[in-house]
Design a protein around this ligand. Structure first.
Ligand code: 5AD
Ligand code: SF4
Length: 448
């Protein structure tokens, strides 16, 4: 049993992993702020630290334990150990073990239960330790406070969980079964985000294209119906969504890309591998070819659409020839950007016990080759947009005085100078392209 402590005055939320965790982290921060706890100033230790963890790839748990160790050590030095909460997917997967192994942790809270963090905190202050990994909980969203100030590019979780059970992935276990938040709740939350300063909303879900719900008139809608409704919010200027599975991309969503002007010309559609045998072993329910055909339909609806993907190299049994098929798929698509990972066996997933796990050196070599190809294509994509004039949403100040950083419709980072403010949608001519960003020139008149 831990001893009582004074209620925390400052907090820090450290989020790892995906954008959903960033969203969850923001919501936890808002709940703490609402209770009068302030964000810890930069460089200062916080009284309460929330480690919002990710379990998707390896060493996740080790990282959490080493973070906990560092926090307690620093705390001892300054004479006050912080209250520590472990949240996110490691909390969900290994909550009991964390409680047993790390006495410095007073709260373990899963991704579907973090609306109860304030109650857990009240108990932690009294010296009681608590674990809450209940799921799924649509109730969470109703219990969260209203959003008062958000960044111009905000996130909105519309769907959580996954029923796809790709054989390498922990998400169906840590985030649970697919649930869709109700249509009217999402429209309301989107309006509030816009009132709080959002110009762009990215709809988030582990399988966002599987979202479904009933609109105000009782009609069944898919993600495209939700997007079309959100596009009618006057001051919302841009809509994006992520992440999708090829199996859930329907005609309505494809058509929306050609018809809804506010829907940005960008599609993140993970493929994982270019080999049909590997895809089958991954339980992906698509082939390389069906994936390419799907992309063609998106390109037909929206010819300038920028494509993004996720890849795993070194899935158990992947041969050199199968890996070459992944490289061939990359060459065919010409991605604007992509994420690539070495396969990491996750405890409890079917792939973790498959034969023919691939040696680390081979994975390293494959990842390097894949990333070289993806980097080449990213630069080529950026270069191909040089000279275009487009709208850029100003997200933050740049490093130099008078410099700004924003995003193009194709999710490229664009630097430019001139007279504007964060949250403006400005017209910029894209100039010299680098691998990760482009220089731009502000065109007047500036559109607010
Ligand atoms: N090993 C490596 N990468 C993984 N991903 C998911 N699980 C694993 C794993 N066990 C990758 C996939 C997924 C992205 C979010 O993370 O590419 O699309
Ligand atoms: Fe994981 Fe596959 Fe679901 Fe994506 S679709 S979250 S990779 S199980």
């Amino acid at each position: 049993m831990k001893s009582t402590t004074t209620p925390p005055k400052t907090y820090r939320v450290k989020s790892f992993g995906c954008q959903m965790n960033v969203y969850d982290g923001e919501r936890m921060a808002e709940m703490l702020a609402e209770r009068g706890i302030a964000p810890a100033p930069e460089g200062e230790e916080a009284d309460l630290v929330v480690l919002n963890t990710c379990h998707i790839r390896e060493k996740a748990a080790e990282k959490v334990y080493s973070d906990i160790g560092r926090l307690t050590k620093v705390g001892r030095k300054v004479g006050k150990e912080p209250l520590i909460a472990v949240a996110g997917c490691v909390a969900q997967a290994e909550g009991e073990e964390i409680m047993a192994r790390a006495p410095a942790v007073s709260m373990v809270v899963g991704p579907q239960a973090y609306h109860r963090l304030p109650e857990m905190l009240a108990r932690a202050v009294k010296g009681e330790r608590a674990t809450d990994t209940d799921m799924p909980a649509i109730a969470k969203f109703a219990a969260l406070p209203e959003r008062r100030r958000v960044a111009p590019a905000a996130f909105l979780t519309v769907q959580e969980g996954c029923d796809k059970f790709c054989t390498y992935c922990v998400v169906p276990y840590t985030r649970g079964a697919e649930i869709s938040r109700p249509f009217s709740d999402l429209v309301e939350e989107a309006k509030k985000l816009v009132d709080a300063g959002a110009k762009e909303i990215t709809l988030l879900g582990q399988n966002v294209s599987a979202w479904s719900g009933e609109d105000e008139k009782g009609h069944q809608q898919g993600l495209d119906g939700l997007i079309r409704r959100l596009a009618t919010i006057p001051d919302l200027r841009r809509i994006r969504y992520t992440t999708s599975h090829p199996a859930d991309m329907d005609e309505g969503l494809i058509a929306a890309h050609g018809e809804v002007e506010k829907l940005m010309p960008f599609l993140h559609l993970p493929v994982q591998s270019g080999s049909d045998r590997v895809l089958k072993a991954m339980n992906r329910s698509h082939t390389g070819d069906s994936y390419l055909k799907l992309l063609e339909r998106f390109r037909a609806a929206r010819p300038d659409i920028a494509l993004s993907g996720d890849f795993i190299v070194g899935f158990p049994g992947e041969t050199d020839a199968e890996f070459e098929q992944t490289l061939a798929l990359v060459d065919t698509v010409g991605y604007a950007q992509a994420f690539s990972f070495k396969y990491s066996p996750r405890p409890g997933t079917p792939a973790a016990t498959m034969d023919a796990q691939i040696a680390p050196e081979i994975m390293d070599e494959r990842l390097q080759r894949l990333q070289a190809a993806l980097n080449r294509d990213q630069l080529a994509f950026n270069r191909a947009t040089e000279g275009r004039t487009c709208q850029v949403l100003v997200e933050r100040k740049g490093k130099l005085p008078g410099q700004w950083l924003g995003k193009s419709p194709w999710l490229q980072s664009v630097w430019f100078e001139g007279d504007c403010a964060i949250g403006d949608l400005v017209v910029v001519k894209l100039g010299e392209a680098g691998p990760n960003s482009l220089a731009g020139t502000l065109r007047v008149p500036v559109e607010a």
